[in-house]
Design a protein around this ligand. Structure first.
Ligand code: 2HA
Ligand code: ZN
Length: 269
């Protein structure tokens, strides 16, 4: 069977980026079993032949109407699929879906009828919100980074921007490459509408939000950039832990040094 990626190098490059990131998530220990999910808005790579491709699934309901997704196409990790398998076979562990004109349902169009992630309603709600806002962001990544999740088991790190300020102060690159910091969402049932709604509200102020005692949800222009933001934050958490393991509380960069960074690199806050 011919893959939708054949003869479409730009679309193939986007899907291959998802596979590369899925491999990193597994290697980092952030993607046990089927943990985590990735969706990418690939509408810009869709040609007339793709638009004419028949559905290979029945019509599925999203569970909510998302008016800005009319005619959009997404690559989605499959439900119950493993990141480590997706890393090698992205079109067997994920699929491309078409949102139908009612904006409340979708069909799978390629390559095989792999059902999308259990977090599809929250991922698609986020994409709907990003389009409504005119954002250039096309990718969303949910994963379980060990040290960042561990931090959410401590109440002080759940207060607004306490974790952000600590993580920024561990190494200059974290503020430079994750300038909006880490939003915090108090514990909510995985896959719930409440979690999706809270995530969207928090994405107004942050590119990476932490679901307490569960994992992060990150958005950016592509899947690699979203991964990078989580990676720099978790690197900072590792530096913090390394210092604690050496037996001291790390000093952190001073507020002056952080302000100097914000001005020198023209960062948002
Ligand atoms: O898809 O991580 O939160 C597996 C998950 C759900
Ligand atoms: Zn999860």
């Amino acid at each position: 069977m011919k893959s939708i990626l054949e003869g479409r190098p730009a679309l193939a490059a986007e899907v291959n980026k998802v596979a590369e990131v899925a491999g990193y998530l597994w290697q980092k220990g952030w993607a046990e079993r089927n943990g985590g999910n990735i969706t990418v808005n690939v509408t810009e790579y869709v040609d007339d032949d793709i638009k004419a491709m028949p559905a290979i699934s029945e019509v599925k309901q999203i569970g909510t109407a998302l008016p800005h997704l009319k005619g959009c196409y997404f690559y989605c990790k499959g439900t119950q699929k493993r990141m480590r398998d997706l890393a090698r076979w992205p079109m067997e562990n994920g699929s491309i879906i078409r949102i139908l004109d009612d904006c409340a349902s979708y069909v799978i169009i390629a390559d095989s009828p792999v059902m999308p992630t259990s977090e599809l309603p929250s991922h698609l709600s986020v994409h709907n919100y990003l389009i409504a806002k005119g954002s250039p962001y096309k990718a969303s990544v949910h994963t379980h980074p060990i040290e960042l999740v561990a931090m959410t088991h401590c109440k002080k790190f759940l207060e607004k921007d306490v974790a952000s300020n600590l993580l920024w102060s561990m190494i200059p690159e974290t503020k430079a490459f994750c300038p909006r910091g880490l939003g915090i969402i108090p514990y909510k049932l995985p896959s719930s509408v409440e979690l999706a709604e809270a995530t969207i509200r928090e994405l107004d102020d942050y590119d990476v939000v932490m679901w307490e005692k569960h994992g992060v949800f990150a958005v950016d222009v592509d899947v690699m950039a979203a991964f990078d933001q989580v990676d720099v934050l978790n690197k900072s958490a590792l530096i913090y832990i390394a210092a604690k393991n050496m037996g001291f509380e790390p000093d952190g960069m001073s507020q002056e040094q952080m302000k100097e960074m914000t001005v020198a690199f023209n960062l948002p806050k």
